[in-house]
Design a protein around this ligand. Structure first.
Ligand SMILES: [Zn+2]
Length: 251
């Protein structure tokens, strides 16, 4: 069966002599994986259409009960070439792609996730604040995929988060200092400013988001909370985070 989808390339690796194994997030069918035969040799059928971050129209061929589709050709719709020319953009963009690869369930269509990814990569292509954009993307993506932590009320007493709260990864929510009895282990603390910023991001349209100017402290608090949150859900650290942290040190 043949079909055509619009997709963003989120992972690509070489397979054998000339083929590629490509993971993409499509508008029509969500996250899929496919092989592209001769992709490293046939410029006519693929060009640079299977490069990471590319928004492309893909011609697919598939057989029933086969998990992998076959990618027959790729036509570039938008190539954010400025992402790869800047280490900060590239390293943050790689984390965005890995988040989609890890969190989006295979074969489940989500037009809002597709637009969030496509629009964020367009903004990232020209962005001077890639790290800020990654934080926005992660907050919105996890919310769209049903992994949104609840930060507005204490999980135990229901008190509203108007003061510093403690984030509990196990519960995906926060406790107020009165309800927090144990002090074992590292605790991620979230100020009311960080929690307020988080809800603003959820409400605000991506196109207006650059108006927000959170402090360095707020960004650091949310970085810690989300690193703990994703680690808890996935049971592992994101591979691309090590690269991002390395790039932050050298740039
Ligand atoms: Zn409480």
């Amino acid at each position: 069966m043949k079909s055509k989808v619009q997709a963003i390339i989120i992972d690509s690796m070489n397979l054998g002599e000339a083929d590629k194994l490509v993971t993409f997030f499509s508008r029509e069918r969500g996250r899929l994986q496919g092989t592209a035969r001769n992709a490293r040799k046939s410029f006519k059928r693929f060009g640079a259409g299977l490069e990471l971050f590319t928004h492309a129209g893909l011609q697919l061929f598939e057989r029933e009960h086969q998990e992998l589709v076959r990618i027959e050709s790729a036509d570039i719709m938008f190539q954010p070439i400025e992402i790869n020319s800047d280490l900060r953009r590239m390293s943050t963009g790689s984390v965005m792609l890995e988040l989609v690869k890890e969190f989006a369930p295979p074969g489940e269509r989500s037009i809002p996730v597709f637009h969030l990814l496509a629009d964020t990569l367009r903004i990232l292509n020209e962005s001077d604040a890639p790290h800020f954009l990654l934080r926005i993307f992660e907050i919105k993506l996890l919310s769209l995929l049903g992994y949104q932590p609840r930060l507005d009320h204490c999980l135990s007493c229901g008190g509203s988060a108007k003061r510093q709260m403690i984030f509990l990864t196990m519960k995906g929510g926060v406790l107020c200092p009165d309800c927090m009895v144990s002090s074992g282990g590292d605790q991620v603390r979230l100020s009311s400013g960080a929690i307020g910023f988080y809800y603003q991001v959820l409400r605000m349209d991506l196109s207006k988001i650059s108006r927000l100017k959170p402090s360095v402290e707020i960004m650091e608090e949310l970085d810690s909370a989300f690193a703990a949150h994703t680690f808890h859900i996935l049971g592992k650290r994101l591979r691309t985070m090590a690269f991002l942290n390395h790039c932050k040190m050298i740039t």
